[in-house]
Design a protein around this ligand. Sequence first.
Ligand code: SAM
Length: 339
Amino acid sequence: METLVAPLPAYELESTGLAPTYRYDLRTTPPDVFEDVSLTDWEGLSWEALGRPYLVDNYSRHRASWERAHGEAMPVPVQWEHFNRRFHALFAADHDTASTALRAAFGEHLKRLDVGGMREVIEDLVQLTIWNNVHRVQDAVWDPRGKRALFEGLDVAKPEILFLGAADGYEAMQLLAMYGGHAVLVDYDDFCRTERFGNFPAAYPFLGHDPATGQARIYRRQDFDVDFEVADIRDLNYGREFDIVLSVGLIEHFPDTHKPLVFDFHRRFLKPGGYAVMTTPRRQFRSKLFYLAMGELMNYGYRELMDVRQLGRYAYENGFEILRAGYIKAHNGVITRAR
Ligand SMILES: C[S@@+](CC[C@H](N)C(=O)[O-])C[C@H]1O[C@@H](n2cnc3c(N)ncnc32)[C@H](O)[C@@H]1O
């Protein structure tokens, strides 16, 4: 029997627009947004002058109720299981449909004068509205233009890429669109393999280059050569075999006592001369507001917000040379090599 597969939408180069769950952005002009602070004296920075990262500590009430029910502190891998399911639900929500359903639910609670129900729906509506604005309208989470600008100019051809704490694998796919090669995504939450990466939108367009012609080319997730390993990054058995080791939003979950360990994970599987690419969320007013409003959904464990000079200083004092550093929309990014 013939199976009908819906054709993928044909996105045009240099266009941007809204799909039901994301923005696509294939513009190369005006330039991709990257505020470059590479010319920093990393050795000269002192922690007295920098201050320490900002700690996000409005934890989810859901974590507290889990801990009461289980009589123990929520283990870190379980924190991530909750985070990933709730974060994925946001990525998967069709804003217009979800918003209509919530408004209808509010009307029902109103008819019954159910104040508690109305309060819950309002909380959901606020979170949905913030998410739609941050992810879909501003494109500050995937931020393809910022990431392309950050990743530009690496001296690699068909790299082997290792993505630590890969979640949906987005940034490894952006690197594959730009440089070709093969990526290993590592995350200890199997839900990331089956859902966050497994059901990543098939139509989403990644802008990269065609290695045969050097011209711009649009790729989709199914074009990429990717393996997903469900494992703890502390248990990996690779040799020094990767051209790029990448993490996005991982380092800020390790307090200072564990920072040497997390930087060591970025170094130990790199080929000599390979790149460690690391990003962390920015310490800025709008990010603090975002985590304040979304804490119930997202704050299950330790999380810092830092600025790029703090990230660069951590990398420098943990044995990395900073080749490039700067801000994109919501994250700091550094391109480094082991010293
Ligand atoms: C904050 S997320 C990274 C942000 C990511 N870009 C996203 O969209 O969620 C961190 C990811 O790292 C994973 N992770 C954290 N610690 C890990 C560990 N020790 N080993 C493997 N995966 C880990 C979590 O399961 C989670 O999916």
